[in-house]
Design a protein around this ligand. Sequence first.
Ligand SMILES: [Zn+2]
Length: 124
Amino acid sequence: MPLIELFRSEPFKTCTMCQKAWTTREDFMSDRSLIYKGYIADFEKLEEGLFLFLHDNEECYTTMAVKVGLFFDLYRGDRFTTRMHNSAECGGYCLNRESIALCPVKCECAFVRDIITTINTRRR
Ligand SMILES: [Zn+2]
């Protein structure tokens, strides 16, 4: 993390509708009023892809997007460097916004699916 980030006072995420702020990613990930809704892949720049979360509590019912790059460090394993998207092996999971399936293909994009699992497991 660059030093400048440490001094930033902005919260990790603020709800666009009710303005609730989550100070850290940990706050965000452990909040049960946030429901994981999907992944919009960016095949040009993987880190620019979006995770969608529904803020569902008594005052709010809105979907917000968070850049997937903000979650990349949750994956500790080895990352493949070959892009297998659109190959014969590709099951197209990254194109299915709602899919939370893990990807068995040795593909550059596959680790994002592990992160989806981590996010959903952490919240339970
Ligand atoms: Zn909200």
